[in-house]
Design a protein around this ligand. Structure first.
Ligand SMILES: Nc1nc2c(ncn2[C@@H]2O[C@H](COP(=O)(O)OP(=O)(O)OP(=O)(O)O)[C@@H](O)[C@H]2O)c(=O)[nH]1
Length: 310
């Protein structure tokens, strides 16, 4: 008797959505595990940052990032929402993350209502942080999520409780996502890294550090462009140093104070925090040269937006 044919290889894209703090990043890291193949991508159709790639025998799951969905007030706000919607239409499956330890609220409902408009893409509801609640509270949350789907006309392909912290059901989630991808050979080589995407990742790490604690004051008013990344010349082979030059753009001179802080204290912290992350990402010591520049009304100017990658 011959061996049964092995199932076809599958590969495709998924994104996690959910309100801030829903646990999307932590879940992504838990799924990707130690095999972090950070790359950003401009292949195929997507302009979206690749957060991580799950390489399996039977499937390759590419987790892409979307900016948060916001009530648009500026051109950038609109563009970002367009990016979100086009991502949702392009990916093979969407995971809607809702924390187990918080009641579903208006923030979840707003995202869910937008999700409901994207008919074709299958949606999985992921109830995150299950380690924080007892089984009774978890059961209630699962029922609430099911109800939310019904009310808004979303048919959840699955409702999966997970904990990224204790790892419970993370493998199950991957098992559920894999068969939802189309038949395809792997889209990325295992562990691929290229230059340009590294710069995008580095810019994103700086932006995240710069936004920390001032997200409310500067919701979308920060953009980061990495101008150059070069190995420092004349260093001994065992003590390399990478010079990273980046500009942090803000919209108005008045925002400078917020970003830089008294006596430059905050900018220093942003620099050292993002440097730690960049070093972890690239595996090399880094010298980070960070400048704050005002790109006047860049959110409203299509030319500037393009330059900044939107
Ligand atoms: N106990 C517990 N905490 C978790 C779990 N997943 C995430 N967290 C915590 O919840 C907080 C938010 O998690 P993130 O993964 O950053 O959430 P996010 O949805 O990516 O947040 P944004 O980037 O703001 O959109 C962090 O403090 C995490 O440590 C989990 O499974 N269990």
């Amino acid at each position: 008797m011959s061996a049964p044919p092995s199932p076809p290889h599958r590969a495709g894209f998924a994104c996690f959505v959910g309100r801030p703090n829903a646990g999307k990043s932590t879940l992504t890291n838990a799924l990707v595990g130690t095999k972090v193949a950070i790359t950003s991508n401009r292949p195929q159709t997507t302009r979206h940052t690749v957060r991580g790639i799950v390489h399996r025998e039977d499937a390759q799951l590419v987790l892409v990032d979307t900016p948060g969905l916001h009530k648009p007030r500026t051109l950038l706000g609109e563009r970002l929402n367009d990016v979100v919607r086009s991502t949702w239409a392009e990916v093979d499956v969407i995971g809607f993350c809702l924390p187990a330890d918080q009641r579903t609220g208006p923030g979840d409902r707003y995202i869910a209502a937008e999700l409901a408009k994207v008919k074709r893409t299958p949606k999985i509801a992921v109830v995150t942080k299950t380690d924080l609640v007892d089984s009774e509270a978890l059961a209630e949350q699962l029922i609430a999520v099911d109800r939310l789907g019904r009310e808004l006309g979303i048919e959840w392909a699955e409702i999966v409780p997970v904990s990224a912290v204790d790892g419970s059901q993370v493998a199950l989630l991957a098992d559920l996502l894999a068969p939802m991808l189309p038949e395809s050979p792997p889209l990325y080589p295992d562990g691929d890294l290229t230059d340009e995407p590294e710069q995008v990742m580095v810019a994103e790490l700086i932006r995240e550090a710069a936004l920390e604690g001032v997200r409310d004051e500067l919701p979308h008013s920060i953009a980061v462009v990495v101008e150059e990344m070069l190995p420092r010349e004349g260093r001994p082979a065992d003590r390399p140093l990478l010079d990273v030059h980046a500009n942090l753009y803000i919209e108005r001179p008045s925002q400078k104070g917020i970003v830089i802080g008294p006596g430059g204290k905050r900018l220093k912290e942003v620099g050292s925090r993002s440097r730690t992350h960049i070093e972890a990402l690239l595996g090399t010591p880094v010298f980070l040269d960070l400048h704050v520049k005002v790109a006047k009304d860049w959110q409203r100017d299509p030319k500037q937006l393009r330059r900044l990658g939107f």
